[in-house]
Design a protein around this ligand. Sequence first.
Ligand code: ATP
Ligand code: MG
Length: 255
Amino acid sequence: MITLGVDLGSRTTKAVLRSDGEILARRILMTGWAPAGAAMSARAAVVADAGLAPDDVEATVATGYGRVTVPFPAKTVTEITCHAAGAASVLPRVRTVIDVGGQDSKVIRIDRFGLVSDFAMNDRCAAGTGRFLEFMAQSLEVEIGAFALLGAKGREPADLSSICTVFAESEVLSLVAEGAEVSDIVAGIHRAISRRIVTLAQGVGLVPPVAMTGGGALNPGLRHHLAQLLGTEILIPPHPQTMGAEGAAIIAGRE
Ligand SMILES: Nc1ncnc2c1ncn2[C@@H]1O[C@H](COP(=O)(O)OP(=O)(O)OP(=O)(O)O)[C@@H](O)[C@H]1O
Ligand SMILES: [Mg+2]
């Protein structure tokens, strides 16, 4: 059975095409200001990559904050359920999934069947999310990949008193003016975000093994500080950013 999972996130739109347990194609596009268009493009891209036509898709599940805007027939499922299903399928022993996306961070506890038993979510503002890191990278004029690497390198992470995007920017610029090492500032930013995610994790109770999904899992600085603060190893699936879409494609096959 050929199934499609589409995850319309605040920053990126992901599509995963699956057939009988095998992944045929996966794509990541920027969501931009036209989520419906991004969903159409992502579907067209994976279907073409697999040498198929959209009509060959037998079931579709849409997830992510923009899931209701998907302009083709699809069942909608929450991102929590989809990230859990994706992570549980790739890393079957995992009991806690930390998804750091562009707009929110989530800590999801899953049982041995891959079903959600509890979760906590931070979605009130950019603080504690991937978008905050992108914003800080921009204000230091460092590309996000290089910024994320620097985040793991600082030897003495700077102490930030606020991770409110507006206050943190001026605090960071003051640290630069005072001559602080950029790697220490960037490490401090990653550490501050990690602390926020740890607080979220404490709310649901962290049960190992722990895995990380979402674009935040591509960030070595975040992985380093989170693992250190949580005092546990963090497993990263091979394609962390498309885990929600992969979970959606799996769920589409069950319906
Ligand atoms: N190469 C990279 N290195 C480091 N971080 C990255 C990289 N690529 C993406 N990111 C991070 O991933 C974030 C986007 O993650 P993702 O695509 O999972 O978000 P989303 O699903 O659109 O958002 P949400 O789930 O909150 O709606 C970016 O904000 C950025 O912080
Ligand atoms: Mg997401």
